[in-house]
Structure formats: C-alpha cells, structure tokens
Ligand binder design. Structure first.
Ligand SMILES: [Zn+2]
Length: 141
C-alpha cells in the first residue's frame, strides 16, 4: 500500500506501509506522510491511499480507516480523502472528512459542536505554541 497527502503549500508527500512479518508492527500507509506534514508544520488538505493486490495490476483506492480519519482530523473537517466510487470512470472520488464521518465524536467536546482542529494550525500545535509562549518547555513538566 502507498499513500500521498497534499499540503496547503501545494507540496505532495508520499509514504508506504511496511510489510512486517508481525502485522502488529505495521502502520497505515498514510502515517509516514502525515507525521512528516506535522513535522513540517504544514496543513494536510487531501489524502489518498492506494493498494495493488499481489499479481494484479489494477490500483485500488482505499478510504482512510478510522484511525487515519482520526489522524487527519487534526486538520479539520474540510480535509479531502479519496474513497472508492465505481460510479465514476476512475473508480474513486473525493469526499471531505465531514462527509466520511458525519458524527465525529470530537464534536461532542467543542463549543457549538464544531470540529476541533479546523483552524489555521492543528489543534495540538496551537496548544504547544501556547505552552511554549507561556514559558513552559516541552518534555516532562
Ligand atoms: Zn489507516
């Protein structure tokens, strides 16, 4: 499996999943690119995951799993994700996270049931910046 994420500056990051003997050691294909985007302090605006079965040549689009939806939620409900759609010639279409997950649990803990993380920077980064500005260093506190 492989994935690509599109960033707010137009850059595209790619990553792959590992074929570990122990499946518990594996990560979704999107994970590497999402962590890299976060490290670069960039917003993810779109994500796509694809796979090819052994012996096949057809590339299939996979909707993000629940954990990857959770990872992508850092950048808000407008992040577009590729989902399979056999009603189109290309076999996939783009949907927003809000469309894929209309009952996102995190909205239960925000004012007005808004999606968390939809601001100019990921929620966690804002929190980190606020702590840094207030003089609290990262690490054990
Ligand atoms: Zn996943």
């Amino acid at each position: 499996m492989a994935a690509a994420v599109y960033l707010d500056n137009g850059e595209i990051l790619t990553s792959v999943s590992l074929d570990n003997l122990n499946a518990a050691a594996g990560l979704c294909a999107e994970t590497g690119a999402l962590c890299q985007a976060y490290t670069l302090d960039r917003r993810v605006t779109a994500s796509a995951c694809v796979s090819v079965e052994p012996g096949e040549t057809t590339i299939g689009v996979l909707a993000p799993c629940g954990i990857c939806q959770e990872r992508l939620a850092l950048w808000g409900p407008g992040v577009q994700v590729a989902v399979p759609d056999n009603s189109t010639d290309r076999g996939w279409t783009a949907r927003t996270l809000r469309e894929v997950n209309p009952f996102y649990w995190g909205t239960s803990f925000t004012d007005g049931n808004a999606w968390p993380g939809g601001g100019p920077a990921p929620l966690v980064m804002r929190t980190f910046d606020q702590r840094r500005r207030s003089g609290i260093r990262s690490g054990r506190e």
